[in-house]
Design a protein around this ligand. Structure first.
Ligand code: MG
Length: 334
């Protein structure tokens, strides 16, 4: 038995079958996946939310997560941002020849644990192996399917004048963690990714708040970019208070040393919710009672002056326009 991924493992022949049986089915197995037909048969009532994402993070393992957990959380969270309940996932892996099977097993195990925690089943998948150098170790694509619960569901264009802007915790942790881990930097207080499945908390919010106008996860491009997308889609403005924003001391320290702005750093366990002001208090209460929302805050308001503009009211009372992220601040962060 080899201890590394070989081109043969992607051939579709006996070695592929062994890899599927000994690794993927061992950890992902369920009655739907175990059929091993060309396609999976699932049934879903009503309207369905679908999202797909490809994960290329470097390094593969970092404090707070790895490419496997990220590939589950990222897609589960995107499906949940439509107020949907994620049920099924597809997983496709592109493996580099020579990747150690032990490393692959760790990733597959992590995916299986994360899927279980998020309450989703992996129903179909694919594995390809490419020659050494054609990809960097492993890239993973996941597609998620979820049932939409309520209409109207949250969408970017629905942000409305006077709406409150909430976030479930501090920003910048994931982006800074991956970057410092990749560059081999360390700080006095170590940083840790916030990667988490948000569907449980979001389902509670959707159930208890009559109409959440927008839900979105500030992943690549960070909070500033996400708010710009929403301001653009809704043709409203957004004013954020720096005073209200939570940024952990370690992220603040790391960002000031590296000259980074935490408002533009990726998050993998955060969501922005925009809803009628009168429901802000209740929403904060629900979030703060959940493990992924303990530090939830009201950070700003939606307005109608300057459609498409996001402004930060600074701690000393000045105003700064937050533009969309220009160029790639940090490649391969997710
Ligand atoms: Mg998203």
């Amino acid at each position: 038995m080899t201890s590394r991924v070989l081109l043969d493992h992607g051939s579709g022949g006996r070695a592929s079958q062994r890899l599927i049986a000994d690794l993927f089915l061992k950890y992902f197995g369920n009655p739907v996946l175990d059929q091993l037909d060309d396609a999976a048969c699932i049934s879903m009532p009503g309207e369905v939310a679908v999202s797909t994402d490809t994960f290329t993070v470097d390094p593969l393992f970092f404090p707070g997560g790895d490419i496997g957990s990220l590939a589950i959380h990222g897609t589960v969270n995107d499906v949940a941002m439509l107020g949907a309940n994620p049920k099924y996932l597809t997983v496709a892996c592109i493996l580099e020849e020579g990747l150690s099977l032990e490393c692959l097993e760790q990733i597959v195990l992590s995916m299986s644990r994360s899927a279980e925690k998020a309450g989703v089943k992996i129903v179909t998948g694919d594995t390809k192996v490419v020659p050494k150098g054609a990809v960097d170790k492993i890239f993973i694509n996941t597609t998620g399917l979820g049932i939409i619960g309520k209409r109207p569901f949250p969408q970017g264009h629905r942000a409305n004048e006077g709406d409150a802007v909430l976030i479930n915790g501090p920003v910048g942790d994931h982006g800074l963690t991956v970057l410092t881990c990749r560059e081999g930097l360390s700080f006095e207080t170590p940083v840790k990714s916030d990667s988490a499945p948000l569907n449980g908390l979001l389902l509670q919010l959707i159930e208890d708040i009559p109409d959440i106008h927008v839900l979105r996860d500030p992943t690549r491009g960070g909070l500033a970019t996400t708010l710009n997308e929403i301001a653009d889609q809704s043709q409203k403005s957004c004013l954020i208070n720096e005073d209200a924003l939570a940024i952990s001391p370690e992220v603040r320290e790391g960002c000031s040393l590296l000259g980074l702005d935490p408002l533009y750093l990726a998050n993998e366990g955060k969501f922005v919710s925009i809803l009628p002001e009168e429901w802000a208090h209740k929403a904060l209460e629900i979030m703060r009672n959940h493990e992924f929302g303990r530090q939830a805050k009201l950070i700003g308001r939606i307005g109608v002056d300057n459609p498409g503009r996001v402004t930060l009211k600074t701690a000393i009372g000045g105003y700064r326009i937050l533009n969309m992220l220009e160029g790639e601040q940090l490649p391969r962060i997710c």
